[in-house]
Design a binder for this molecule. Sequence first.
Ligand code: ADP
Length: 384
Amino acid sequence: MSETSIALALEAAEARLRSILQTVPDAMIIIDERGRIESLSTTAERLFGYEADEACGRNVSLLMPSPYREQHDAYIGRYLETGERRIIGIGRIVVGRRKDGTTFPMHLTVGELRTGDRHHFTGFIRDLTDQQLTEDRLKELQSEVTHMSRFTALGEMASTLAHEINQPLTAISNYLKGSRRLLERMEGEHVEMLRDAVSKAADQALRAGQIIRRLREFVARGESERRIESLPKLIEDASTLALVGAREHGIAVTFRLDPAADLVLADRIQIQQVLVNLMRNAIEVMSEGGSVRRLDIATAAGPEDQVEVTVADTGAGLAPEVARQLFQPFVTTKRKGMGLGLSICRTIVEAHGGKIWVDSPPGGGTIFHFTLRAAADDRETDDA
Ligand code: ADP
């Protein structure tokens, strides 16, 4: 082929690519093997808020929140070195970052293109923010978590009820014991019948107490199934769930995940429930007002095999009337709130051997902290 015909063929190929990128309904991004953005489809420009001109040539980690942003180059490097596929051809739900700093859940499929000895990667992206939750994993996660929340809400109510009813039951028992003692010293034609009735009433009170005790034991035991789980993965899944539908609130989410806080001993669904509860509360309070809307999720490895998770928001802060008894059931400032979310969080965290508490930083907003037990690191981390 002559030089002119090569140039013509190249130009034609480029024109074809340009037209594909302009018309493809999906958001599509092509990067080179160093992670630099080569092209962006029109839908991708709209989705991320970058013009192709300003994004091209920059590292694709621009479109990801931390900690993925810092780790992405290493992911590519590892793939090129080992050929081990962790996302290519598989597809998964991840968090994307728009130019304005806000984040959103998205489904990403990555393909690979080789020209000679050079690699390119193509990413196809679907924004899941407004999507009916058709994605299998998302649906599955959501139904697990909502099923669990209903179950735990029921348990929490039963436990509170049990606690509240136990006190009058004990009082009834004591009154009956007193009455029986009095009756033993009395005589008359109805006394025998009265003794019998009082004794039967005491038996029934005892029985009610046993039912309540069994109920509490059942709730306390719960259905908790603790395994070794990756904390970053739990957080990623929970934030995907919590962020669905959050676009209109313009909330920027940042993750600061300590690489040393990786494996924890946890019931996956219960801990996701805690995270979703805390994030939803934060999103809810921030969507009510305020110009800065930031949700910061962080982890830190602590002493004595503990890891700490914090969920911080820039919302209006805690209402004084709830601040002191926040983790008690039925404490709420919301018109439609049940006030069970945080008490469920506490039950779950404490059942895991952890602690949960809240801080009101002087600059405003609210920070929730909870701890989990770290698990021994006996397997490879699975992130890319
Ligand atoms: P509910 O959401 O049903 O009210 P929760 O137990 O989850 O139940 O929350 C109890 C109360 O705690 C809420 O009504 C709210 O007043 C307060 N609260 C929870 N999270 C936050 C937060 N991030 N910022 C400010 N207030 C909060």
